[in-house]
Structures are given as structure tokens and as C-alpha cells.
Design a protein around this ligand. Structure first.
Ligand code: AP5
Ligand code: MG
Ligand code: ZN
Length: 224
């Protein structure tokens, strides 16, 4: 089963994708995490991506599509994947359709996490991320057991450079201009399911799991 988590910066895509990964046994494929991984390894793609990420702009479609295509071709994605942060433009959405078609697959659903802008700014300003496994925390809404240390793997927590208020504003602008049109695109394709992302983490997780399990039944993926 191939699912897309669509939503603005800070909506909870990463938080919820990690839970769905465990519940559904499907890999979490996050374009932002992949770019940050390239950056930490010092690859050319990482340095290119950084110039865009620092401004809150989107990395160009061609390199983004190629990176995801390579990721989806790895064996762990053969039975499905949970895509987080990709696609973000109409060209990327078409790119995804093409790569899944080449694999003899198709997208099963797009879960749109709707959250008002004011709440997003608050979520991003309190976010801390694990340097090793990328699990997101929040000083108020999802604090780690020990400050600065990841519950899941013991890694060091840090704040993302692009979570500064001015970059968050740019990311929200870019989201509304370039990514929000995908809501209609997928609604017309009959793939969109809107989930209210403004509740607490547990209630959003429960709502998403319910939708994902309904989709899983249709695509013969067992829901644990
Ligand atoms: P990316 O890493 O994808 O960032 P984003 O889309 O801006 O999303 P975030 O990761 O900021 O938010 P999230 O929805 O994952 O929220 P989270 O779960 O962490 O992309 C970064 C950059 O990479 C882009 O700006 C672009 O430059 C580039 N890029 C990436 N993909 C690209 C693509 N396809 N094309 C081109 N360029 C691309 O939660 C946020 C915080 O809120 C956390 O602290 C969390 O604990 C807390 N929280 C979560 N849920 C709740 C809740 N229900 N209640 C209270 N707090 C909550
Ligand atoms: Mg994320
Ligand atoms: Zn960790």
C-alpha cells in the first residue's frame, strides 16, 4: 500500500508517519529527512538542497523526483511505503504516478492533515529533532523523557535551522502557493482523505490509523 501524507510544515507528517510505519509495517519515506541525510553525509545533493532549504524554498523537481525514485526502488518499498513531504508540486505528483506505474503499482490514498497556520508556527518553534533517527519532539506537546536526548535511540536532539520564525513564514508561503493545489488535484483523482490535524498527537494518530486501515483492506495489506 502506497500512501502520501500531505500537509503544511509542522502539521505532524513526520510524527504520524513514524507511528503508521510501526502500525502498518511499511517504511517511512520522507524527502526532507533524505535531504538532511545527504547534507550530514556531505554529498553534492546535500549541499545543493541546503541552498533551497535555508530559504524555505523547494528543491528543484528533477533532483527531488530522482531521489525518491531511487528510494522507492529499494527492496523495503516493494510492498508499499508511507511518503512524507513528497510530492509537493504537480510535477512531483505526476512523477510519483509514473514511478509507481513503472513498478506496476499505484497510489492507494492521500491523507491530508489539515492544521491552521497559527498552530503550525507554535509547533515548529518548540520542535527538537533527533540527529540520529530524526524523531521529532516538542518542548510542550511531546517532550522527551530526558531533555536533549532521544527516547527512541539515545541520540542528541537539535533544532532545525529552517524552524526560525522568518524561514517558517517562507515555508508556509511556499506551501500555500505550490503544494496546497495538490489537495484539489488528489480530490479530483478520488484519492484524498482529509483528517483534522489540530487535535492532540494521540487523537490525530487514532483518526489516521482508522483511515489507513480502511485503505489497507482495499489494497490487501494487513493492518496490525
Ligand atoms: P520537510 O522536512 O518535509 O519539512 P516540512 O514539510 O516543512 O514539514 P516539517 O517536517 O517541518 O513538519 P511535519 O509535518 O513533519 O511535522 P512534525 O511531525 O515534525 O522539508 C524541509 C525542506 O526540505 C523544505 O522546506 C524543502 O526545502 C525541502 N524539501 C523537502 N521535501 C521536498 C520536496 N518534495 N520537494 C522540494 N523540496 C523539498 O511536527 C512538528 C512539531 O509539532 C513537532 O515538534 C511535533 O512534536 C509537534 N506536533 C506534531 N503533531 C502535534 C499535535 N497533534 N499537537 C501538538 N504538537 C504536535
Ligand atoms: Mg517532517
Ligand atoms: Zn533518535
Amino acid at each position: 500500500m502506497y500512501l502520501v501524507l500531505l500537509g503544511p510544515p509542522g502539521a505532524g507528517k513526520g510524527t504520524q508517519a513514524e507511528r503508521l510505519e510501526k502500525e502498518l509495517g511499511l517504511p517511512h519515506v520522507a524527502s526532507g529527512d533524505l535531504f538532511r541525510e545527504h547534507l550530514s553525509k556531505g554529498t553534492a545533493l546535500g549541499s545543493l538542497a541546503k541552498t533551497y532549504m535555508d530559504r524555505g524554498d523547494l528543491v528543484p523537481d528533477d533532483v527531488t523526483i530522482a531521489m525518491i525514485r531511487e528510494r522507492l526502488q529499494r527492496p523495503d518499498c516493494a510492498q508499499g511505503a508511507i511518503l512524507d513531504g513528497f510530492p509537493r508540486t504537480q510535477a512531483q505528483a505526476r512523477g510519483l504516478d509514473d514511478m509507481l506505474a513503472d513498478m506496476g503499482r499505484a497510489l492507494d490514498g492521500v491523507l491530508y492533515l489539515a492544521v491552521p497556520d497559527e498552530e503550525l508556527v507554535q509547533r515548529l518553534s518548540g520542535r527538537w529533532i533527533c540527529r540520529q533517527c530524526q524523531t521529532p519532539y516538542h518542548t510542550l506537546f511531546s517532550p522527551p523523557a530526558q531533555a536533549g536526548v532521544c527516547d527512541a535511540c539515545g541520540g542528541e536532539l537539535y533544532q532545525r535551522d529552517d524552524d526560525r520564525p522568518e524561514t517558517v513564514r517562507a515555508r508556509l508561503r511556499v506551501y500555500h502557493q505550490q503544494t496546497a493545489p495538490l489537495i484539489d488535484y488528489y480530490r479530483r483523482a478520488g484519492l484524498l482523505v482529509e483528517v483534522d490535524g489540530s487535535g492532540d498527537i494521540e487523537s490525530v494518530a487514532a483518526a489516521l490509523l482508522k483511515v489507513a486501515c480502511t485503505l489497507a483492506e482495499k489494497s490487501d495489506t494487513p493492518c496490525r
